[in-house]
Design a protein around this ligand. Structure first.
Ligand code: RIB
Length: 316
């Protein structure tokens, strides 16, 4: 039987320009041409999993503007079921993104329609949610909607993966509903309320997050790989080498979508992490959010060249 992933989250149009340097407050800089790419953390993660061949459904909102049809068509093109993506009287979500010469980005999201996704919309999609094996959640929709989705999935025995991005403090009641928490370093520091300055700080933050009731914490560390905290153990997975970083936008989404695909296919968390790392590494070699997300063939090709450390990790 096909294993299904359901994503409850944001759908954005990304308006992107490249500059040599990201402006500081009060500064104006001249950028390159304006580019538009479909994005949004929720939709990116859905497309990331869809491109790897998963059976994926999305629950979300688009607006009633020029972007809506394109955003929906894009989900469709990657095989994402969008019957629970509904249109509301608002602007579609938009992200204003500046990417610098090193491929690092700065993002401001205008949530628009995403801000109108309510617990009632989640309830309306309850059949879709209960029939899934894995749920993906992020924080670009109202928190009460995230909580409702997590609750519904948890009660139905669906594995809940929470990517707490963008960073914000979360109630323990929500964290307890997550089976797997996937923050980056800055999100982990905010959630744990601890500074992360070194390896000790990383372990301390991961352990603190586990103390809120999440059994599995996966900390994505960008160019330093990934840390898994599980069963009282910490395992570090080194990254895949990337010679030319073009654009880091959606690298985290590529990781989460790929991790979810591997978990939905029955992999252990330990075996799913290299899938996430490989997809993240491939995503940063290309521009844009969804255009950068890799195919299954690309991920498998990179995994076939992985070292034992990259596949199995090392104890920290
Ligand atoms: O994670 C990258 C995404 O963040 C972008 O696609 C943008 O839409 C924002 O949601």
């Amino acid at each position: 039987m096909a294993r299904r992933i359901v994503v409850v989250g944001s759908i954005n149009m990304d308006l992107v320009t490249r500059t040599n340097k990201i402006p500081i407050p009060g500064e104006t800089v001249i950028g390159g041409d304006l580019q538009t790419f479909p994005g949004g953390k929720g939709a990116n993660q859905a497309v990331a999993a869809g491109r790897l061949g998963s059976d994926v459904a999305m629950v979300g909102h688009v607006g009633n503007d020029v972007f809506a049809q394109q955003l929906r068509e894009n989900l469709h093109a990657d095989g994402v079921n969008h019957t629970c993506v509904t249109e509301v009287e608002a602007a579609s979500g938009v992200a204003l993104i500046v990417v610098d010469a090193a491929g690092q980005n700065s993002i401001v999201v205008a949530p628009g329609a995403n801000g109108w996704l309510t617990p009632a919309d989640v309830q309306a999609a309850s059949d879709m949610i209960k029939s899934a094996d894995v749920m993906l959640l992020q924080l670009e929709i109202p928190l009460e909607t995230v909580e409702c989705a997590a609750q519904l999935a948890h009660q139905a025995g669906v594995c809940v993966i929470l990517n707490p991005a963008p960073a914000q403090l979360l109630p323990a009641s929500l964290l307890q509903l997550a089976d797997v928490l996937v923050p980056n370093e800055s999100e982990a520091a905010v959630l744990a309320g601890l500074p992360i300055d070194d390896r000790r700080g990383l372990k301390r933050a991961a352990a603190k997050l586990q103390s809120f009731g999440v059994a599995i914490v996966i900390l994505t560390l960008g160019s330093r790989g990934t840390l898994l905290a599980q069963d009282g153990k910490f395992t570090h997975y080194p990254p895949f080498d990337v010679v030319d970083v073009i654009d880091t936008t959606a690298a985290g989404d590529a990781f989460v979508g790929s991790l979810a695909t591997a978990l939905a296919e029955g992999s252990s968390v330990e075996n799913a992490i290299p899938w996430g790392n490989a997809a993240g590494a491939l995503a940063i070699t290309r521009s844009g959010a969804q255009p950068s997300l890799p195919t299954r063939q690309e991920v498998e090709a990179l995994l076939s060249q992985a070292t034992p450390d990259q596949m199995e990790g090392t104890n920290l």
